[in-house]
Design a protein around this ligand. Structure first.
Ligand SMILES: Cc1cc2nc3c(=O)[nH]c(=O)nc-3n(C[C@H](O)[C@H](O)[C@H](O)COP(=O)(O)O)c2cc1C
Length: 208
Protein backbone atom coordinates (compact mmCIF):
# COMPACT_ATOMS: atom_id res chain seq x y z
CA UNK A 1 0.00 0.00 0.00
CA UNK A 2 1.24 3.49 -0.88
CA UNK A 3 0.05 6.35 1.29
CA UNK A 4 0.35 9.99 0.23
CA UNK A 5 0.14 12.21 3.32
CA UNK A 6 -0.46 15.94 2.75
CA UNK A 7 -0.83 18.65 5.40
CA UNK A 8 -1.92 22.22 4.76
CA UNK A 9 -2.42 23.98 8.12
CA UNK A 10 -0.40 27.16 8.69
CA UNK A 11 -0.32 26.48 12.46
CA UNK A 12 2.58 24.02 12.54
CA UNK A 13 2.84 21.86 15.66
CA UNK A 14 -0.30 23.43 17.18
CA UNK A 15 -2.43 22.25 14.28
CA UNK A 16 -5.47 20.09 14.98
CA UNK A 17 -5.71 18.79 11.40
CA UNK A 18 -2.06 17.67 11.56
CA UNK A 19 -2.78 15.75 14.78
CA UNK A 20 -5.71 14.00 13.10
CA UNK A 21 -3.99 13.31 9.77
CA UNK A 22 -0.97 11.85 11.61
CA UNK A 23 -3.31 9.59 13.62
CA UNK A 24 -4.99 8.42 10.38
CA UNK A 25 -1.60 7.54 8.86
CA UNK A 26 -0.63 5.76 12.08
CA UNK A 27 -3.82 3.69 11.95
CA UNK A 28 -3.19 2.78 8.30
CA UNK A 29 0.36 1.73 9.18
CA UNK A 30 -0.90 -0.41 12.03
CA UNK A 31 -3.24 -2.24 9.67
CA UNK A 32 -0.73 -2.32 6.81
CA UNK A 33 2.77 -2.45 8.37
CA UNK A 34 4.53 -2.60 5.00
CA UNK A 35 2.81 0.57 3.74
CA UNK A 36 5.08 3.20 2.17
CA UNK A 37 4.35 6.79 3.15
CA UNK A 38 5.21 9.89 1.09
CA UNK A 39 4.78 13.17 2.93
CA UNK A 40 4.25 16.69 1.62
CA UNK A 41 3.86 19.65 3.93
CA UNK A 42 2.14 22.17 1.68
CA UNK A 43 2.45 24.98 4.25
CA UNK A 44 6.13 24.45 5.06
CA UNK A 45 7.12 23.85 1.43
CA UNK A 46 4.49 25.72 -0.59
CA UNK A 47 3.76 24.93 -4.21
CA UNK A 48 3.60 27.96 -6.50
CA UNK A 49 0.07 28.87 -7.53
CA UNK A 50 -1.02 28.08 -11.04
CA UNK A 51 -0.38 30.70 -13.69
CA UNK A 52 -0.55 30.58 -17.47
CA UNK A 53 3.04 29.42 -17.95
CA UNK A 54 2.78 26.64 -15.34
CA UNK A 55 -0.58 25.47 -16.67
CA UNK A 56 0.77 25.37 -20.24
CA UNK A 57 3.10 22.57 -19.13
CA UNK A 58 0.21 20.14 -18.73
CA UNK A 59 -2.81 21.76 -20.34
CA UNK A 60 -1.17 22.16 -23.77
CA UNK A 61 0.82 18.95 -24.12
CA UNK A 62 4.11 19.37 -25.91
CA UNK A 63 4.87 22.83 -24.55
CA UNK A 64 8.50 22.78 -23.43
CA UNK A 65 9.48 26.06 -21.84
CA UNK A 66 12.80 27.64 -22.78
CA UNK A 67 12.96 29.09 -19.27
CA UNK A 68 14.93 26.89 -16.81
CA UNK A 69 12.86 27.93 -13.78
CA UNK A 70 9.65 27.12 -15.66
CA UNK A 71 10.99 23.70 -16.64
CA UNK A 72 11.48 23.06 -12.90
CA UNK A 73 7.82 24.02 -12.31
CA UNK A 74 6.66 21.73 -15.13
CA UNK A 75 8.70 18.86 -13.64
CA UNK A 76 7.10 19.55 -10.25
CA UNK A 77 3.60 19.35 -11.81
CA UNK A 78 4.57 15.96 -13.24
CA UNK A 79 5.97 14.76 -9.88
CA UNK A 80 2.81 15.83 -8.06
CA UNK A 81 0.40 14.13 -10.47
CA UNK A 82 2.58 10.98 -10.51
CA UNK A 83 2.55 10.86 -6.70
CA UNK A 84 -1.24 11.04 -6.73
CA UNK A 85 -1.66 8.40 -9.45
CA UNK A 86 0.85 6.12 -7.73
CA UNK A 87 -0.88 6.22 -4.33
CA UNK A 88 -3.51 3.85 -2.97
CA UNK A 89 -4.71 6.20 -0.28
CA UNK A 90 -4.33 9.94 0.15
CA UNK A 91 -4.52 11.37 3.67
CA UNK A 92 -5.14 15.11 3.81
CA UNK A 93 -4.95 17.41 6.83
CA UNK A 94 -7.32 20.26 5.92
CA UNK A 95 -8.45 23.11 8.18
CA UNK A 96 -11.33 25.27 7.03
CA UNK A 97 -10.04 28.72 6.10
CA UNK A 98 -12.64 31.32 5.18
CA UNK A 99 -15.22 28.62 4.46
CA UNK A 100 -12.93 26.75 2.05
CA UNK A 101 -9.54 25.00 1.96
CA UNK A 102 -6.14 26.63 2.60
CA UNK A 103 -4.78 28.25 -0.56
CA UNK A 104 -1.65 26.09 -0.13
CA UNK A 105 -3.82 23.01 -0.70
CA UNK A 106 -5.64 24.70 -3.60
CA UNK A 107 -2.23 25.14 -5.28
CA UNK A 108 -1.71 21.34 -5.07
CA UNK A 109 -5.24 20.60 -6.33
CA UNK A 110 -4.65 22.88 -9.31
CA UNK A 111 -1.46 20.97 -10.21
CA UNK A 112 -3.03 17.52 -10.11
CA UNK A 113 -6.21 18.30 -12.07
CA UNK A 114 -4.54 17.44 -15.36
CA UNK A 115 -6.55 16.66 -18.51
CA UNK A 116 -5.54 13.28 -19.90
CA UNK A 117 -3.92 12.21 -16.61
CA UNK A 118 -6.47 12.49 -13.81
CA UNK A 119 -9.62 13.27 -15.88
CA UNK A 120 -10.76 13.70 -19.45
CA UNK A 121 -13.75 15.16 -21.22
CA UNK A 122 -15.87 12.97 -23.49
CA UNK A 123 -18.95 13.63 -25.63
CA UNK A 124 -21.05 12.41 -22.74
CA UNK A 125 -19.30 14.38 -20.02
CA UNK A 126 -16.14 14.23 -17.91
CA UNK A 127 -14.56 10.95 -16.83
CA UNK A 128 -12.23 10.57 -13.85
CA UNK A 129 -8.99 8.72 -14.58
CA UNK A 130 -7.44 8.52 -11.14
CA UNK A 131 -8.19 4.88 -10.50
CA UNK A 132 -9.31 2.92 -7.54
CA UNK A 133 -7.98 4.78 -4.54
CA UNK A 134 -9.29 6.29 -1.35
CA UNK A 135 -9.05 9.72 0.25
CA UNK A 136 -9.30 10.38 3.98
CA UNK A 137 -9.62 14.03 4.94
CA UNK A 138 -8.81 15.15 8.48
CA UNK A 139 -11.15 18.15 8.51
CA UNK A 140 -11.03 20.82 11.21
CA UNK A 141 -13.22 23.86 11.71
CA UNK A 142 -13.57 26.63 14.27
CA UNK A 143 -17.37 26.57 14.00
CA UNK A 144 -20.08 24.02 13.19
CA UNK A 145 -20.89 23.16 9.59
CA UNK A 146 -21.92 19.49 9.63
CA UNK A 147 -25.40 20.60 10.70
CA UNK A 148 -27.20 23.82 11.53
CA UNK A 149 -27.48 27.20 9.83
CA UNK A 150 -23.83 27.34 8.64
CA UNK A 151 -24.09 24.02 6.74
CA UNK A 152 -24.54 25.85 3.43
CA UNK A 153 -21.29 27.73 4.02
CA UNK A 154 -19.18 24.55 3.92
CA UNK A 155 -17.07 24.93 0.78
CA UNK A 156 -14.29 22.84 2.31
CA UNK A 157 -15.57 19.24 2.64
CA UNK A 158 -18.18 19.63 -0.12
CA UNK A 159 -15.51 21.01 -2.46
CA UNK A 160 -13.03 18.20 -1.74
CA UNK A 161 -15.71 15.54 -2.27
CA UNK A 162 -16.68 17.11 -5.62
CA UNK A 163 -13.05 17.61 -6.67
CA UNK A 164 -11.91 14.04 -5.99
CA UNK A 165 -15.15 12.68 -7.44
CA UNK A 166 -14.39 14.60 -10.66
CA UNK A 167 -11.00 12.86 -10.76
CA UNK A 168 -12.76 9.49 -10.40
CA UNK A 169 -12.15 8.97 -6.68
CA UNK A 170 -15.46 8.15 -5.05
CA UNK A 171 -14.17 6.75 -1.75
CA UNK A 172 -13.72 10.03 0.13
CA UNK A 173 -14.12 9.89 3.92
CA UNK A 174 -13.91 12.60 6.56
CA UNK A 175 -12.54 12.52 10.09
CA UNK A 176 -13.94 15.76 11.44
CA UNK A 177 -13.36 17.99 14.45
CA UNK A 178 -15.59 21.07 14.74
CA UNK A 179 -16.14 23.86 17.29
CA UNK A 180 -12.37 24.05 17.78
CA UNK A 181 -12.35 27.76 18.54
CA UNK A 182 -15.31 27.67 20.94
CA UNK A 183 -13.42 27.03 24.19
CA UNK A 184 -10.96 24.48 25.54
CA UNK A 185 -13.63 22.06 26.72
CA UNK A 186 -15.44 21.83 23.38
CA UNK A 187 -12.11 21.66 21.55
CA UNK A 188 -10.80 18.72 23.53
CA UNK A 189 -14.16 16.89 23.34
CA UNK A 190 -14.27 17.37 19.57
CA UNK A 191 -10.67 16.17 19.11
CA UNK A 192 -11.23 13.19 21.39
CA UNK A 193 -14.30 12.17 19.38
CA UNK A 194 -12.55 12.64 16.03
CA UNK A 195 -9.57 10.54 17.16
CA UNK A 196 -11.92 7.82 18.41
CA UNK A 197 -13.65 7.78 15.01
CA UNK A 198 -10.43 7.00 13.07
CA UNK A 199 -10.19 3.19 13.48
CA UNK A 200 -13.74 2.63 12.18
CA UNK A 201 -13.22 5.05 9.28
CA UNK A 202 -10.00 3.34 8.19
CA UNK A 203 -11.34 -0.19 8.72
CA UNK A 204 -14.47 0.72 6.71
CA UNK A 205 -12.36 1.78 3.74
CA UNK A 206 -10.19 -1.33 3.73
CA UNK A 207 -12.39 -4.14 5.09
CA UNK A 208 -9.79 -6.86 4.41
C1 LIG B 1 -6.92 32.03 8.30
C2 LIG B 1 -7.97 31.27 9.05
C3 LIG B 1 -9.26 31.24 8.57
C4 LIG B 1 -10.24 30.52 9.24
N1 LIG B 1 -11.51 30.47 8.73
C5 LIG B 1 -12.47 29.75 9.37
C6 LIG B 1 -13.79 29.64 8.84
O1 LIG B 1 -14.12 30.17 7.79
N2 LIG B 1 -14.70 28.92 9.53
C7 LIG B 1 -14.38 28.26 10.69
O2 LIG B 1 -15.23 27.60 11.27
N3 LIG B 1 -13.13 28.32 11.20
C8 LIG B 1 -12.17 29.05 10.58
N4 LIG B 1 -10.90 29.11 11.08
C9 LIG B 1 -10.60 28.31 12.26
C10 LIG B 1 -9.93 26.99 11.87
O3 LIG B 1 -10.67 26.28 10.92
C11 LIG B 1 -9.76 26.12 13.11
O4 LIG B 1 -9.01 26.83 14.07
C12 LIG B 1 -9.04 24.81 12.82
O5 LIG B 1 -8.74 24.18 14.01
C13 LIG B 1 -7.73 25.02 12.15
O6 LIG B 1 -7.11 23.75 11.95
P1 LIG B 1 -5.56 23.61 12.26
O7 LIG B 1 -5.43 23.69 13.76
O8 LIG B 1 -5.16 22.31 11.69
O9 LIG B 1 -4.86 24.76 11.58
C14 LIG B 1 -9.92 29.83 10.43
C15 LIG B 1 -8.61 29.87 10.92
C16 LIG B 1 -7.64 30.57 10.23
C17 LIG B 1 -6.23 30.57 10.76
Amino acid sequence: MKILHLDSSILGEASASRTLSAAVVEELRTLHPSAQVSVRDLAQTPIAHLDGAIAAGFRSPGVVSDDAAMRVEHALSETLVSELLDSDVIVLGVPMYNFSVPSQLKAWLDRVAQPGRTFRYTDTGPIGLSGDKAVIVASTRGGMYSSGPAEVMDHQESYLKAFFGFLGIQRVRFVRAELLTKGAELRSKSMREALAHIPATVAGLFPN
